[in-house]
Design a binder for this molecule. Structure first.
Ligand code: PMP
Length: 406
């Protein structure tokens, strides 16, 4: 990470400046030739992309006098991560904080919220957004009944998408700087970033050059001449919940000084109704509208989602989402959560040979695709999808023998 080595005034300053990391195995194995770069949002202080909007909404509300420390009560309906971001900021600033989230959201998120001092109320997952039992409606009711309650309202607050101008700028800066060389052990030869700090802190070489197919082993050379190397983001891929992430990042990337032609792929789970054209949202025979991936998909269009920013939509299933999340962890060492797998599943299906984006982007060496990884495996530690391998049972000698047998 590129954070300056200074003392930060509080954990709120440890939000942002997340790493942009190149994938070295998954796309290559699928025959994808462009660069696939992932924005690792789980490095934020509270563990997700939503820390950015939580602190942005809270600080701006304070600046406008809408929130008063020690007096106002923060109430927010969320799928959990915005709640964690708000609870973190509330803990630091001294606000009472009430988070209303659907029962489907993980126990890990609830534990984190409670540890941060938030009061948690869970609502039935199956309640439609306008049902009085939904997390949105219950939060509105609480806000009416509790004195000095304020809903920052991520679904309608412009500070949600606007927070992601910063996310986009970080991506632009990293892509313009290019791939850093690994640290060699003595002096680093890393390509300087804007602030002159080497990017990589690993001892292993990057896995082949930026626009080449690799065999999955570190083979030691950074990208060489790279005549086709793009220094812009050619495509953005993000899972969509409130839409703040995709709309906000896309808006900045598409500005004239970067890439007005950036292609934006929105990822929406089967069962949600955000995708366009609407026919994409129709359920096939035997498909259910319930899905397990957390944080993406809705049954209404949030104002924070600007669909005009999305070039195309792709629907993802739970099984492929969890499969790609496991691969990101196991094959790339990226400790992400389930919706990160959805975003990568969508990206790979779009980019691979035969996919809709193969000719224009997937086959183009040196083009840059950025995929957002919103949260961390920390939120899903007890979920069955994350359990890959159980330790063998039996006494210690038996278990040792299992590992040592060739
Ligand atoms: N993934 C996870 C795990 C999330 O919590 C969220 C936020 N709901 C998203 C993706 C989608 O982000 P956004 O709300 O900005 O569309």
């Amino acid at each position: 990470m590129q954070r300056p080595t200074t003392i930060l005034p509080s954990a709120l300053s440890a939000i942002g400046d997340t790493p942009l990391v190149r994938l070295n195995r998954i796309p290559q194995r699928e025959g994808v030739l462009c660069n696939v770069l992932v924005k690792c949002e789980y490095f934020n202080a509270g563990g997700s992309v939503k820390d950015r909007i939580a602190s942005n909404m809270l600080l701006n509300a304070e600046a406008k006098g809408l929130l008063i420390p020690g007096k106002s009560v923060i109430v927010e309906p969320t799928s959990g991560n915005t709640g964690v971001g708000l609870a973190l900021a509330a803990a630091i600033k001294g606000y009472r904080c009430i988070i209303v989230l659907p029962e489907k959201m993980s126990a890990e998120k609830v534990t984190t919220l409670r540890a941060l001092g938030a009061e948690v109320l869970r609502t039935p997952t199956e309640a439609a957004w306008d049902d009085p039992r939904s997390n949105i409606m219950v939060a509105r009711r609480l806000a009416k009944e509790i004195e000095h309650a304020v809903i920052l309202d991520q679904y309608n607050n412009p500070d949600n998408p606007l927070a992601h101008r910063v996310t986009a700028q970080e991506i632009i800066d990293a892509v313009e700087a290019g791939v850093a060389l690994p640290r060699t052990g003595t002096a680093s030869k890393a390509a300087p970033k804007a602030n002159g700090v080497p990017h990589s802190n690993g001892t292993e070489a990057p896995n082949g050059h930026a626009n080449g197919l690799t065999n999955g082993h570190a083979n030691g050379h950074a990208h060489d001449s790279d005549e086709a190397e793009s220094r812009v983001v050619d495509m953005l891929v993000a899972g969509v919940g409130t839409g703040g992430t995709i709309s906000g990042i896309a808006a900045r990337l598409a500005e004239p000084d970067h890439n007005p032609d950036v292609f934006v792929l929105g990822v929406d789970p089967v069962g949600s109704t955000l995708a366009l054209p609407a026919a994409l949202n129709e359920l096939a025979e035997g498909e259910s509208s319930a899905y397990k991936v957390e944080g993406i998909g809705y049954d209404f269009d949030p104002a924070s989602l600007d669909k005009t920013r999305v070039s195309a939509w792709i629907k993802t299933r739970d099984d492929e989402s969890f499969e790609y999340a496991r691969r990101l962890i196991r094959d790339e060492g990226l400790l992400c959560g389930g919706s990160s797998g959805s975003a990568l599943a969508g990206a790979m299906r779009w980019l691979r040979p035969g996919g809709e984006g193969w000719e224009s982007i997937g086959s183009q060496k040196g083009k840059n695709v950025v995929v957002v990884l919103p949260d961390s495996l920390r939120n899903y530690i007890t979920k069955p999808w994350l359990v890959v391998d159980e330790e063998a049972t039996g006494d210690l000698e038996t278990r040792i023998a299992r590992l040592t047998v060739k």
